[in-house]
Ligand binder design. Structure first.
Ligand SMILES: [Zn+2]
Length: 237
């Protein structure tokens, strides 16, 4: 059973220059770690809202969560070498600790999305706390912040999504998650990336792990050879 949540620009509060386009989010009940493990985050409508219609175009949306971290500068050098633009979902806490990295990410043409201040399970928060996590993070990042957010752990329900959209941030989930928070080998991580590669994939990684940076370094030439191009998630761009 699903419902459709239509949130229009008219509902938005406190977003000035570039209002988020109206979106329809077809909603399934709940979300969370079970879906995350299966790589099937809800709601199914998020992809259309964040990326657009499914297509067979060979484009990959690389996304890096939880940073910036001490591993981010090396990742940025690798991405720049291949002229790749990605999306970084930063936390307010990490952004405040690494303001120069936030500036560098932005200057190199990547999109910066909102990953909350403190990485909580938003579904357990009041509407006001959800909103303040997002607004506080936007204040820390400043105008470089795009109008998209990724809910920590993929935990999003209809209320969290509506609150996020009203605060100016479209939820962005993923089609592939390489589970790089665990200490896997480079070979394992690269293999996961290889098997998750398909046209239009939104790939969740973390720029807080050196093996992730190694795996991206290994995979980029292979992806390029296969004819893939790279872009920030469209709604974040
Ligand atoms: Zn995260």
């Amino acid at each position: 059973m699903s419902v459709v949540v239509a949130v229009s620009v008219g509902l938005m509060i406190g977003v000035a220059a570039h209002p988020v386009a109206p979106v329809d989010v077809a909603w399934n009940k709940g979300s969370g770690t079970a879906q995350m493990r299966k790589g099937l985050p809800n709601p199914p409508g998020w992809y259309q809202a964040a990326v657009g219609p499914r297509s067979t175009e060979k484009v990959l949306y690389l996304t890096f969560d939880d940073g910036p971290s001490p591993h981010t500068p090396r990742l940025l050098r690798i991405l720049a070498k291949h002229d790749v633009h990605a999306t970084f979902f930063v936390t307010g806490g990490a952004a405040t600790s690494n303001p120069w990295l936030v500036r560098t990410i932005h200057r190199q043409g990547h999109a910066i999305g909102n990953h909350t201040w403190n990485h909580p399970r938003l579904t357990q928060f009041s509407t006001e706390r959800v909103r303040s996590e997002l607004v506080r993070t936007r204040k820390a990042v400043g105008p470089a912040m795009a109008q998209c957010m990724r809910p920590p752990y993929g935990m999003v329900n209809e209320r969290v999504a509506r609150t996020s959209i009203a605060a100016g941030f479209q939820p962005v989930l993923w089609t592939a998650h390489i589970e790089d928070w665990a200490p896997h080998s480079l070979a394992w991580t690269a293999k996961r990336l290889r098997s998750d590669t398909r046209p239009g994939a939104v790939i969740l990684m973390h720029d807080t792990h050196s093996q992730t940076v190694d795996a991206v370094q290994r995979m980029l030439p292979q992806w390029v050879k296969q004819g893939y191009r790279f872009a920030p998630v469209p709604v974040c761009d």
